[in-house]
Each structure stands twice: as C-alpha cells, then as structure tokens.
Design a protein around this ligand. Structure first.
Ligand code: MN
Length: 131
C-alpha cells in the first residue's frame, strides 16, 4: 500500500497504542508524536498522508497546531482528523474552524477509525487527480 503514512499526535499512551495497533493491523505505517512540538519537528522531514490530532495536548494544544499546519504551504494539504475527549456545544464548530477535515470523539471507535483514515486519504487523492 502506498500513501499509507499516518501521523498520530497523542500524549496519552493508551490511546496512542490503541490507534497504532488498529492502524498497523490495517497496513498503515504509523508515525507517533506525543506533543505538538514533536509533531512540528517530524513535519520538517516527513510528510504523512494524514494526521490524527489529539486536541488536549501539553504545550502547544491541538487546535493551535492544526492552524499552524494549515497555514504552512508545505503541510497545508495534509488532511487532519481532530480527536477530542469531550465535545461541548460549540466545540465542533471551533474545531472545524481550524481548517481540519473532520473530527472524532473519544473513546476511539476502533471500527470507525480506519474507515475515516481511508476516506480522507482517498478524498485527498481524488482532489489531486482533478487538478
Ligand atoms: Mn491528550
């Protein structure tokens, strides 16, 4: 499989492991970052096909990080799925306003996760074929 690099930005070890196990089982290559700072460093050298972004992170929070990635010409086309522990009224719009493609709530739905990843990687490929 090509176009199979997923970057997981998640400080919680259990959640990170869950996403890694589920995605590896589906044939994805998982690049892990535990903080926003680490994610930005990785993005200097690697361009994943999609990013799973935890919103609640120590240091730079996920929302700020998404805005930074979407403001950078080199990384702005990478699809981002935000992952949030809680969604209060108005949060959904706040999250989508950052420019990310979608968001999902914790606890992680292990069936939905690979479907979402596949969907948004495909969507990006189709957009590329059109242009
Ligand atoms: Mn977190």
């Amino acid at each position: 499989m090509s176009d199979n690099n997923v970057m997981v930005v998640e400080d919680n070890e259990k959640n990170r492991k869950l996403m890694r196990v589920v995605l590896k089982a589906k044939g994805y290559n998982v690049i892990e970052a535990t903080t926003g700072e680490e994610a930005l460093n990785i993005l200097k050298n690697q361009k994943p096909n999609i990013i799973l972004m935890d919103i609640q992170l120590p240091g730079i929070d996920g929302l700020t990080l998404i805005k930074q990635i979407k403001a950078d010409a080199v990384t702005k086309e990478i699809p981002i799925i935000a992952v949030t522990a809680y969604a209060m009224k108005g949060d959904e719009q706040k999250i989508l306003d950052t420019g990310c493609e979608a968001y999902m709530s914790k606890p992680i739905n292990t069936q939905e996760l690979p479907h979402m990843i596949e969907k948004y990687i495909k969507k990006r490929q189709e957009n590329h074929e059109q242009t």
